[in-house]
Design a protein around this ligand. Structure first.
Ligand code: A2P
Length: 381
């Protein structure tokens, strides 16, 4: 199949007046200058003009450098591309200004096209912690200030629930331009989509391929076979045909190209309906409404640890009640992150915060795994 350049008409207008491409390269899997360079090169050749990074992906500097080197090679300038990055949960609140300026300096850009609050919570705090609403408001005020200075051309949020969105809309001076959330046929997010429509916020998808797991869904395979496209193209087409911008992640040049070829075919209404009927509220990524933000399973870099639990204060408190952890250990300071072992979650060992931060880029625990851990915990606590 020949390359299908992504034309400038394949974009959506944000409430700031900016045009945002419907297709962007998700970069959370890209790590290290060589991988980033190769993926950005392939993406620019395939017609991508949008790149989605984040402080926690730890690739902002590599992305900025790759673009500086590659834009001239592809006959492009800074103005031809749309760069997104995100404020990390550790910078939520009073460190937000510093965090956003750090993203700018890492990318080495004068402005970022779109900057998002990555996560409604603050690193180290449980979801229900009373400090979270104030931290969110403070972060938003910092983003508004930088938007006013022209350093962040558009600002928005990611992983916000309907309640977070409604609260933000009531208190903001500058309304969010974008809400970026997990979206695919098994998670259609009707409530959030309706809210975005009502508020004039662009609803943007991440994990359109269900982290690759949707590519073997029988319905998607059948639709793909009937229209002689790949399952990935069907999933991406299903979103863009509804006007929802997508950010497929790939580090593979052939798949990067394949994922760009979604503007030269149309899914029939019955096929669109069949795909939308798969909605069952299933998440492949994290759930912002859950009590625990859980990061990365089974890392070979962490000896004797099955999981790292972020925001693990309740685990610590329960463990302490059982005499299993040290209550004086600060929970969001060093060296205080509990790592329940596979044999018993009460036998908390500890690891350093730096180690956990080193894992920040791997948001990879699925909802079923999360449920298993909570069940196990509840049984044992
Ligand atoms: P890879 O980087 O090896 O291509 P999501 O965007 O839903 O998080 O999905 C990303 C996952 O899907 C990655 O593991 C990526 O692996 C894989 N992937 C991306 N594009 C394709 C494709 N066209 N075909 C098969 N797998 C893909």
């Amino acid at each position: 199949m020949s390359p299908m350049p992504v034309s400038s008409s394949h974009s959506v207008a944000l409430n700031t007046g900016l045009q945002m491409p419907l297709l962007g390269l998700g970069t959370y899997k890209l790590c290290g200058p060589a991988d980033v360079y190769q993926a950005v090169d392939a993406a620019l050749a395939a017609g991508y003009r949008s790149f989605d990074s984040a402080a926690v992906y730890r690739n902002e500097a590599d992305l900025g450098k790759a673009l500086r080197e590659l834009l001239p090679k592809h006959g492009l300038t800074r103005e031809d591309v749309f760069i997104t990055s995100k404020l990390g949960p550790k910078d939520q609140g009073m460190r937000a200004m510093e965090g956003a300026l750090h993203s700018l300096s890492q990318l080495d850009l004068e402005y970022i096209d779109l900057y998002l609050i990555h996560w409604p919570g603050t690193q180290g705090l449980p979801v229900a912690d009373d400090c979270n609403p104030g931290n969110r408001a403070q972060s938003w005020a910092s983003l508004e200030e930088l938007h006013g200075q022209g350093k962040l051309r558009a600002i928005g949020v990611s992983n916000y629930t309907p309640a977070h969105m409604s609260a933000l809309m009531q208190s903001c001076k500058v309304p969010p331009a974008v809400l970026q959330v997990e979206f695919h046929p098994r998670l259609c997010q009707p409530e959030l989509r309706n809210l975005c429509k009502e508020f004039g916020v662009c609803f943007q998808a991440y994990s359109s391929l269900g982290k690759g797991e949707l590519l073997t869904d029988p319905v998607i395979l059948e639709v793909a076979k009937n229209c002689e496209r790949t399952p990935a193209q069907v999933l991406l087409r299903w979103a863009v045909q509804q006007g929802v911008p997508v950010l497929p992640k790939s580090s593979n040049p052939e798949r990067i190209l394949q994922n760009a070829e979604v503007f030269d075919f149309t899914l029939s209404d019955p096929d669109m309906d069949r795909l939308s009927a798969l909605d069952c509220g299933h998440r492949f990524c994290w759930d912002p409404s859950e009590r625990f933000l859980i990061l990365t399973p089974l890392s070979s870099r962490l000896t004797n640890s099955s999981l790292i639990l972020r925001s693990c204060r309740p685990y610590f408190l329960a463990a302490h009640r059982e005499g299993g952890a040290d209550k004086d250990r600060p929970l969001n300071g060093k060296p205080s992150v509990g790592v329940p072992t596979s044999s018993s979650p009460l036998a908390c060992s500890s690891t350093s915060l730096e180690m956990v931060e080193a894992m920040d880029s791997e948001f990879s625990l699925t909802r079923p795994a999360n449920e298993r851990i909570k069940d196990k915990w509840n049984r044992q606590a």
